[in-house]
Design a protein around this ligand. Sequence first.
Ligand code: PA5
Length: 446
Amino acid sequence: MNIKLDLKNALPFVGGEIGEELKEQSLRALNTLVTGTGAGNDFIGWLKLADGHNKEEVEAIKAAAKKIQGDSKALVVIGIGGSYLGARAGLDFIFGQNYNNIPKETPDIYFVGNGLSADATYDVIDMLGDRDFSVNVISKSGTTTEPAVAFRIFRGLLEKKYGATEAAKRIYATTDQARGVLKGLSDVKGYTTFVVPDDVGGRFSVFTPVGLLPLAVAGVDPDVLLSSFGDAIDACTKPDFEANIALQYAAIRNALYRGGKSVEVFAAFEPSLRFTGEWWKQLYGESEGKENKGLFPASVDLTADLHSMGQFLQEGTRIMFETFVKVEKSNREILIEEDAENADKLNFMAGKSLTWANHMAMAATTTAHMDGGVPNLTISLPQRNAETFAALCGFFEAACGISGYMLGVNPFNQPGVEAYKQFMYALLGKPGFDALRKELSDRGIG
Ligand code: PA5
């Protein structure tokens, strides 16, 4: 696995080293994870996603992607949370945040159903125009309101454009193998379906068809993703503290948390990693934020946010530490040229690359923040591509399982997500929620 972890700006805040007790705790947590003896052990199927058992499914994903590439100029991906963020993060990470606007042979990809905004939904309808398109609707439960509403809208558009029979050939449903409204609808209408495995929760599902199909449509080879993810899982589940950076990451974040640092800020100097930060926030926030425990995961885009959040990071409440993700080499390089007039007084940087300047900005930031009382860690990747995206996800997922067990929570459930849903169902008038609707009405809500 081609990822490195540098703790030198964090260790001084935990006494200079990670103590033996913490190391042992991390190893015990890893053992709980890999032996499936902890809470939530029916949701650890993601550890085995790359063991080759799903070869047939991977071939089906490639075939579907090829068909979509052949008959569509755009793919509309409908999903929310774990059924959205992995594909979105991967697309941006690998191709940059302007995938839809760069010249390419593959279809544009639009994400909807990750909210209920009419304007955002209409924008996508406008951008589709009269182009040929397909839909990949993703919902493990098959009952989530936001994607269900979006699917009704885009299914309607497809049926109007192509007729019901042709439309059905352009709809790909990724859902539970047996349960849920979406599965029932797919069976009746004859959509091509892909399965979200029972033992893989949403936020751990990017390397199931949930993420593999949209990324394959963009031209990313599922075999490359799975192989790199599998290598990362192997490396991150080795019971060797000095060699396993997932153990080290889990240990240092728990050490900092116990020392009063209750906010972890994901920080990257590449805008293409913005959605990796969003994916990471869901992974750690949903896995650890329960029973009144957990680090609050936040994120910043640098250097941009140094001009907005920089003041707080440098001098605000000392409750946070930062996790920097550094990309060593840019995919394309730009040199700062010598200017004969030097009216902008920038010739001192002439001959240097923009990546060098970015790295110097990062070195300046990590040092200033450490001096200001903000511990920071750096995760380094050689370059942005499919392999490093999958490796980074594998590292973060394994570390999340270990870290959650160290914290003493079940990292694989999300009971707190249900609370708003119950109220929303009542307010939207869903059958079966009359009593709750009345209760809310008595409180003046709705
Ligand atoms: O991680 C999770 O379990 C959640 O974020 C879900 O992915 C999200 O709520 C969407 O659920 P579903 O795929 O059932 O529509």
